[in-house]
Design a protein around this ligand. Structure first.
Ligand code: SF4
Length: 471
């Protein structure tokens, strides 16, 4: 017996309190290498938990399930740009790679625009490999997780140097390329080359957990292996490309997190959660809405920033994030971090931000003798224009925005090419800065939260009562 008896002896669906209790499949946890070999035990587990899952052991039923799903997909699939590009009768693997990487960031509707822009700029792997990281970040700007853009770029270089510019079909070779992990490798191998590898994104985890009323926490990596084995078992091997896309499409358009449409679902006949709700004559949400089970929601920390829009003539002062963190290499407005994890930053930490700004303004020719002059400028001239919020996976940022117009009588050197200034003492890092107009910002690598700051500025500028100040 693969699973602990506590699970296997349950005949009925677990109660909600039971669902909330954390579970993992014990043997898979103990012996992860056996997960694919244990498919029979896995099926036994699902069938013993609930007879409604027993169609999994009937070949004809599995085939009907697959055909029903594929037929629905044929008739209902969305016309997405990466589904329309062919290379020797197959979807172009480079396009699948780009789209799958982008889809890990945000919703399909937002990705389309970025995807088109990306392919206009880098139509193929040689053009991406020959570009620069700065240009790659500019095109990716706004999607977040810039590390993924960098990995796409590095991956393209690897394909040029190790694979003669051709995306390999072999899943192990695919995983040797920077930026291509097991998920993306399975997506490229199956969608572009029709190889029989199941692709499991969040949509597929949700569909499977509802199809078989699986009360295992999908945020646990052990349990994810369980779901992957199940997905691999169900795949229609001859039509892996369409089957994988059909499962993901079902989760994205019908079996959605909240507004699931079971009545029009092509597989409701096989769906444990739907059948259970129907039998018990209870609202669908009482059963379907309980799945998937997820315990380890990411804890978010709070951060507060004070951002300064420092403007001279029509130019905004921008600094480059030179660190290797989430937003490395992107341009941002000068800011001071006020709080991290709800705690105020120390005076020393704040002073470091202020000293950096002071050095930049001094380098442009602004008459500042020391940091006190800068503080005087910021406190006396800065006008608060509002705040914006931005969510990263782990961080909720509250950004207070102040506007500072430098006097036109000041003689400043304002250029949009970037300048680097070295540290004055060993504690100072070198800083890169440039001055950009609003229009130039649109084609520069600027983070999403700084774009929100700019949008706030534009909205405020439109309001008449402050119009005279901004212009
Ligand atoms: S019947 Fe409902 S819960 Fe089941 S797979 Fe379809 S949409 Fe999801």
């Amino acid at each position: 017996m693969l699973v602990n008896d506590d699970h296997s002896t349950q005949k009925n669906l677990p109660s909600s309190s039971c669902i909330r209790k954390k579970r993992t499949v014990s043997r898979i946890k103990q012996n992860p290498k056996q997960k694919m070999g244990d498919i029979e035990d896995l099926l036994k587990y699902l069938c013993q938990r609930d007879k409604k899952n027993s169609w999994l052991t009937v070949e004809k039923e599995i085939s009907s399930f697959q055909h029903s799903l594929l037929e629905w997909y044929r008739q209902n699939k969305r016309q997405l740009p990466w589904r329309q590009t062919l290379m020797e009768q197959h979807p172009n693997p480079y396009h699948i790679w780009v789209s799958e990487t982008m889809l890990q960031q945000t919703r399909v509707t937002s990705v389309i625009e970025y995807y088109k822009k990306w392919l206009q700029t880098f139509p193929d792997i040689p053009s991406l490999a020959a570009s620069s990281l700065e240009r790659v970040n500019e095109i990716w700007a706004g999607l977040g997780y810039y590390r993924r853009a960098k990995l796409l770029y590095e991956g393209a270089k690897t394909i040029m140097s190790c694979f003669d510019g051709q995306v390999p079909e072999d899943i192990r070779l695919l995983q040797s390329i920077p930026g291509i992990g097991p998920y993306t490798a399975a997506a490229i191998a199956s969608i572009a080359f029709n190889k029989p590898y199941a692709v499991c994104d969040g949509n597929v985890f949700r569909v499977l957990s509802r199809l078989f009323s699986i009360d295992l926490d999908i945020s646990s990596s052990d349990n994810q292996s369980f779901f992957r084995s199940l997905a691999q078992f169900l795949i229609f091997k001859d039509k892996a490309a369409d089957y994988n896309q059909a499962m993901m499409e079902l989760g994205a358009t019908v079996c959605t997190p909240k507004n699931f449409d079971c009545k029009h679902c092509p597989v409701h006949h096989w769906c444990n959660s739907f059948q259970t709700a129907t039998e018990r004559q209870v609202p669908l949400n009482d059963i379907v809405g309980q799945y998937p089970v997820k315990f380890n929601r990411v804890k978010q920390s709070n951060e507060e920033l004070q951002v300064y829009l420092i403007v001279f003539a029509n130019y905004f002062l921008m600094l480059k994030n030179v660190s290797r963190n989430l937003l490395g290499n992107l341009w941002h407005f000068p800011y001071v971090t006020l709080k991290r994890n709800g705690n105020e930053l120390t005076e020393d930490e704040k002073l470091q931000h202020e000293r950096c700004l002071s050095r930049v303004l001094h380098s442009c020719g602004y008459p500042l003798n020391d940091t006190n002059d800068l503080l005087k400028l910021l406190y006396e001239s800065a006008i608060p224009i509002g705040q914006v919020e931005h969510l990263f996976t782990h961080i909720k940022q509250t950004i207070y925005v102040k506007f500072v117009r430098l006097s036109s009588e000041t003689s400043l050197v304002v250029e949009n090419s970037s300048h680097r200034i070295g540290g004055i003492d060993p504690n100072d890092e070198s800083i890169e800065y440039r001055w950009l107009t609003k229009e130039q910002m649109e084609t520069s690598a600027i983070s999403r939260q700084m774009k929100k700051v700019m949008e706030l500025y534009q909205q405020q500028k439109k309001q008449k009562f402050i119009h005279s100040f901004f212009c």
